[in-house]
Ligand binder design. Structure first.
Ligand code: NAI
Length: 332
């Protein structure tokens, strides 16, 4: 695999955390070459395209994209570029690991949940229309093909990583056909993996269980909307959005991004926590077979957090992004 990767700088805190992460990757000797593109609102205002054609071409050549957050207008304007990228490249598996870090004080210890969120259909298919001026329809699409591949990926991951249980999250008591299909496919696929416990739970119950007894969850597989919401919840269990990385995998293409958005409330202040994006970069290094480099970066982050004097404000500290970046590079 090529060591050249595509990088999207994004909006809000995107450019700040991208600069920090690329500096750390270089200091760790990741041996990567970057094709860097500005994308999003600022790029649109400057050059008239949200994502320049060359940026797509670069991803299509390199197959690996490190993408920082992009702002999406609420209720109007262009469709989410994040959703568009996932659909265009069929990045169907959104994997979001939420793991407690001893150094970060939270309500629970030992949270270790890996969420597999289906990334291409459900209500995110974007099939919406106004029936009349007071009635909007949004179509939820669930197919056997897309359900089967995400469920199989979750079980395969459980086997590879020595995990014990996969929980299917749905609302099949109400959406009997769509969520019913997802749940049925889950149990069909689960029969191929008798060594892994398979269970299903209704999404509202899961929301409550996650904040009461999160340690009961191991691998979770769910549809697009529930996965989007519940994974932000799991970030809250481990110390916030600044700590939750993700990968978006499809057939041949891989995109790595933090779960959080462009955080306009803190953009430009130099205080964003780059850890979630850095850990996404570590998932990328592992995807590229650079496991040793990823492990070294993870160790340096753990040491800085454990030492505790250089933390960004979201973790209760006063450090800037640049100071935190320097502390990690010093450890490397
Ligand atoms: P957000 O995730 O940007 O921010 C939520 C809260 O978490 C804010 O208080 C923010 O300051 C904080 N936060 C997020 N990341 C942080 C970090 N790295 N360090 C410290 N604090 C952090 O969610 P919000 O405000 O709902 O969305 C802002 C924009 O981002 C919207 O346009 C949304 O559509 C977009 N978005 C983009 C995503 C992507 O590109 N994958 C994902 C989620 C949202």
């Amino acid at each position: 695999m090529s060591d050249k990767i595509t990088v999207f700088k994004g909006d809000g805190i995107g450019p700040e955390i991208t600069d920090a992460v690329l500096a750390i990757l270089d200091a760790a000797g990741a041996g990567l070459e970057y094709e860097i593109f500005n994308v999003g609102e600022a790029e649109y205002e400057a050059h008239g395209a949200l994502i320049p054609e060359e940026a797509f071409a670069s991803f299509e050549r390199n197959k690996v994209l490190l993408k920082s957050p992009i702002t999406t207008p609420v209720g109007k304007g262009f469709r989410s570029l994040n959703v568009m990228m996932r659909k265009k490249y069929d990045l169907y598996a959104n994997i979001r690991p939420a793991k407690s870090n001893k150094a970060v004080k939270t309500a629970f210890d030992n949270v270790d949940i890996v969420m597999f969120r289906e990334n291409t259909e459900d209500l995110y298919a974007g099939v919406e229309e106004m029936i009349d001026k007071d009635t909007a329809h949004s179509i939820k699409i669930i197919t056997r093909k897309c359900s089967e591949r995400i469920v199989r990926d979750a079980f395969e991951y459980a086997v590879r990583q020595g995990r014990k249980k996969v929980t299917c999250v749905h609302k099949a008591n109400i959406m009997k056909l769509s969520d019913g299909l997802f749940r049925d496919v889950f149990y069909e696929v689960s029969r191929e993996y008798p060594q892994i416990e398979a269970e299903d739970k209704i999404v509202d119950n899961v929301a409550m269980q996650l904040v009461m007894r999160p340690q009961q969850f191991d691998v979770v597989v769910t549809e697009n909307l529930y996965g989007d919401i519940l994974s932000d919840l799991t970030s809250g269990l481990i110390g916030g959005l600044g700590l939750l990385p993700s990968s978006n995998l499809g057939c041949g293409y891989a995109m790595f991004e933090a779960v959080h958005g462009s955080a306009p409330d803190i953009a430009g202040k130099g205080i964003a926590n780059p850890t979630a994006f850095l850990w996404s970069a570590c998932m990328m290094l592992e995807h590229m077979g650079k496991n040793e480099c990823a492990a070294r970066i993870r160790k340096a982050v753990d040491e800085v957090l454990a030492e505790g004097s250089v933390m960004t404000p979201d973790l209760g500290g006063t450090a800037t992004t640049a100071e935190y970046q320097r502390a990690i590079i010093d450890r490397l």
